[in-house]
Design a protein around this ligand. Structure first.
Ligand SMILES: Cc1cc2nc3c(=O)[nH]c(=O)nc-3n(C[C@H](O)[C@H](O)[C@H](O)COP(=O)(O)OP(=O)(O)OC[C@H]3O[C@@H](n4cnc5c(N)ncnc54)[C@H](O)[C@@H]3O)c2cc1C
Length: 572
């Protein structure tokens, strides 16, 4: 309810912006017209409908639970539509107009949209079902199988203890007495849900979009040939020709090269552990390390978080990073160790426990070590050289249209090392299909991509950090507020919210918004629309807040906390 109110507040901000509202209508019209024209072109197939574009993402999980009648009512065509000509004519000189290697966020989206335009598409994915060593991922990709979706389910699970504890402040008696967490029950429910999503993708989403799928690993053999190696144990190889090839293989966790690194797990294996670790060392300072540190802490595991730098979440706004550290130090049991790296992991003889030795010559005995130390592109078996596709380290450079250095070979998503997020991979795949098969001019747009770190409290961020804004714009105003939200005030929990707006004082445009609080991700999505539309601080000011919410603070910060003039900080 509170989140719904927060979102409503932000959407009110959009509607209040008359200039922006016009832009919004225009954008909405263009989405609708593109959706309906695609629908017209689709000949009774499921086509790119705006209600269903989140396939491959956490958002898709929600979309996927739409009933089939809801889906079909908005996406089937009329007899009249079916007589219209598709914009793309399939090329008979090739087995397929496009072969897509990798059935994750970017690959699934590009396939469905291309097929909707009339292209004959084959999509290859290593496995149809999740959790099979060594693949782990499956149809739907990292996000659905070993990323956003199962992670968010774990986040939800991990937040109950704090909510239960706070309920005492609201009059609930003895709420924590009987609460224990069953790892087995949770994992069983999680696995059932991910299996359901796998089936929805392989048997419904792609099939209904007219995309052919095959279980197997794809690799290049020249610019127009894809070899498919079966993953059913036979290792059989077949070969197909393709006019266009899309590489959408995503990324893979990377472990540092230290003795005993093979004893450590990654984000792949954590979703399939037989039992909940009692004591866990998590190595890394990015969003995946932080999210798992908080998840496991919330579930009752004793966590040590080790990071080689001075402060985690490099690249995020500095106030946000420091605020999260304060909150984690106060409200979790996580032992946070900066400037610390593991130098060796050994298996102990007695109990199967592990001993981690650090660069500070300390040791920690634990039952699992999670390396969340970065990801690299999964290109090692693609035989890129057979087609002359360039790569830089493990990533494939592409232009604004996701084209590699080879004219008919494209790459989208994490393997391109642009912004490694599901909605970005979706956008890249969609833009590519629109351009190549829809005859539209759709470069990828990476400006003002919002994101959330699902820690507790959450971080929601869009636009420039204060540090980047000063460097790029020189003249900015920073509006900042820190307060204890009502929900935590009443039970007297020491948990604080940070909200921050960065304004370009030359144009009055809001160029950055950073929120650290419960539900920050939900709030930030609305702000992201405003920022994308070019909302000014005056637009925020004349938006009436929703009371009582935390989000209303975003439209009531009147006086800058400080400004920068020509890059020099001026305290008011
Ligand atoms: C733990 C974790 C949490 C995350 N949380 C979030 C989040 O909350 N929000 C968010 O936006 N993003 C999140 N991400 C990032 C997100 O999952 C990725 O950005 C997104 O999945 C990238 O999509 P993609 O299409 O590039 O590739 P992927 O989704 O990785 O899909 C690639 C697919 O290709 C398959 N494949 C690889 N090689 C081959 C081959 N040779 N032949 C056939 N198939 C192949 C793989 O099996 C895989 O299924 C998270 C990632 C991780 C690891």
């Amino acid at each position: 309810m509170k989140l719904a109110k927060n979102m409503t507040s932000l959407f009110a901000s959009l509607v209040a912006t008359s200039k922006s509202a016009t832009a919004f209508s225009a954008a909405k019209r263009s989405v609708l017209s593109s959706s309906s024209s695609s629908t017209a072109q689709s000949k009774l197939r499921l086509v790119p409908s705006t209600s269903f574009l989140g396939a491959g993402s956490a958002a898709a999980a929600a979309s996927l639970s739409l009933s089939s009648s809801q889906l079909f009512s908005s996406t089937t065509t009329t007899d009249d539509d079916a007589t219209k000509k598709l914009p793309y004519e399939s090329d008979p000189n090739y087995d397929y107009d496009m072969v897509v290697i990798g059935g994750g966020s970017g690959g699934v989206r590009a396939s469905r949209i291309a097929s909707g335009y009339g292209a004959k598409v084959l999509l290859l994915e290593g496995k149809y079902q999740h959790g099979i060593d060594p693949y782990y991922s499956a149809i739907g990709g990292t996000c659905v199988n070993v990323g956003c979706v199962p992670k968010k389910l774990m986040v939800f699970a991990s937040r109950y203890p704090a909510v239960i504890a706070e309920s005492q402040g609201y009059g609930w008696q003895n709420p924590t007495d009987k609460a224990t967490f069953s790892w087995d029950d949770f994992m069983e429910a999680k696995n059932t849900e991910i299996t359901r999503l796998n089936n929805v993708y392989s048997k419904f989403v792609l099939a209904n979009a007219g995309v052919e799928t095959r279980e197997g690993l794809g690799r290049l053999n020249g610019p127009n040939t894809v070899e498919i190696q079966a993953t059913d144990g036979t290792q059989d190889v077949t070969s197909v020709s393709a006019k266009h090839i899309l590489i959408a293989v995503g990324g893979w966790p990377f472990k540092p090269d230290i003795p005993g690194a093979d004893l450590a797990i990654t984000s792949n294996e954590i979703f399939y552990l037989d039992k909940q670790p009692k004591k866990m060392v998590i190595v890394g300072g990015g969003f995946i390390a932080l999210e798992f540190a908080q998840i496991m802490d919330g579930l009752g595991t004793d966590v040590t978080l080790m990071y080689r730098g001075d402060l985690f979440l490099r690249g995020f706004d500095m106030d946000v990073r420091q605020h999260l550290l304060e909150e984690m130090s106060r409200n979790t049991n996580i032992d946070i160790q900066f400037q610390t790296t593991p130098t060796e992991i050994v298996q102990n003889n007695d109990s199967g426990s592990l001993t981690v030795t650090t660069n500070k010559e300390t040791t920690i005995v634990c039952d699992q070590v999670l390396m969340a130390t970065g990801r690299k592109g999964k290109i090692d078996t693609l035989n890129l050289e057979t087609a002359g596709v360039h790569h830089e380290n493990s990533f494939i450079p592409v232009d604004d249209y996701s084209r590699t250095n080879v004219e008919n070979i494209y790459a989208v998503g994490d393997v391109t090392d642009r912004i490694a997020l599901t909605p970005v991979a979706l956008m890249e795949g969609h833009s590519l299909a629109d351009t190549v098969f829809g005859g539209l001019d759709r470069p990828s747009d990476h400006a003002d991509v919002a994101s959330t770190v699902f820690t507790t409290p959450e971080i929601g961020t869009v636009g420039l950090s204060e540090e980047d804004a000063v460097a790029q714009l020189q003249n900015i105003a920073v509006y900042k507020t820190k307060f204890k939200p009502m929900a935590h005030s009443f039970p007297k929990t020491e948990a604080y919210t940070l909200m921050k707006l960065i304004v370009d004082t030359t144009t009055d445009k809001v160029v950055g918004c950073h929120i650290v609080t419960d539900g920050a991700g939900e709030m930030t999505q609305g702000v992201a629309i405003a920022i994308k539309m070019g909302a000014t601080k005056s637009d925020f000011d004349r938006t009436i807040g929703i009371h009582p919410t935390s989000a209303e603070e975003l439209v009531t910060m009147r006086t800058p906390s400080y400004t920068y003039v020509d890059g020099i900080k001026i305290e008011e």
